[in-house]
Design a protein around this ligand. Structure first.
Ligand code: SF4
Ligand code: SF4
Length: 153
């Protein structure tokens, strides 16, 4: 009984001894993050560089930490202008609820994890500012374009 346990212990020790290192020399080497890793919230853009956000405020309402805020001007023609889309990175628990709730796929949990700041003021970020909000029509156009592209494949 003791002999079997000893052999098993030796086998595990040898396996770990011969196996390569499990760590990397960060920051010189970096691990590839799993696809579903969640770090800072970031806005998404159409191919022409315009933001996908329609300023619908769904993410603002759903955030349990209440750390997203949008200042939006709605014009007479119902188009929207985003004055500020603020995000308190330092208070974000990276739960991803805002991303899941966004009906327009306009934000994402990025793989950007080197988020330490020397100045705490840097933990309050401007996600979008002084920009036109996307319209529902723009999203419909994009959907039709993508579906057309998929149909061509
Ligand atoms: S990831 Fe969670 S805590 Fe962070 S902004 Fe989104 S909903 Fe709020
Ligand atoms: S990021 Fe999405 S949920 Fe938030 S305001 Fe923009 S479109 Fe709405």
């Amino acid at each position: 009984m003791w002999g079997k346990g000893l052999i098993n212990g030796m086998r595990i020790s040898m396996r770990n001894l011969l196996r390569g290192p499990m760590t990397v020399k960060y920051p010189y080497e970096k691990l590839e993050l799993p696809e579903r890793a969640r770090w800072a919230v970031r806005p998404k853009y159409f191919d022409d560089g315009s933001p996908k956000c329609t300023a619908c405020l769904t993410c603002v309402r759903v955030c349990p930490d209440n750390i997203l805020s949008l200042d939006v001007e709605t014009r007479e023609d119902k188009s929207k202008y985003i004055e500020r889309f603020d995000y308190e990175l330092g208070a974000c628990m990276m739960c991803g609820l805002c991303v899941e709730a966004c009906p327009f796929d306009a934000i994402t949990m990025s793989h950007e994890y080197e988020l330490a700041k020397t100045d705490p003021a840097g933990l309050k970020e401007l996600l979008l500012g002084e920009t036109e909000a996307a319209t529902n029509a723009r999203h419909r156009e994009e959907k039709a374009r993508l579906e057309g592209g998929e149909a061509d494949d």
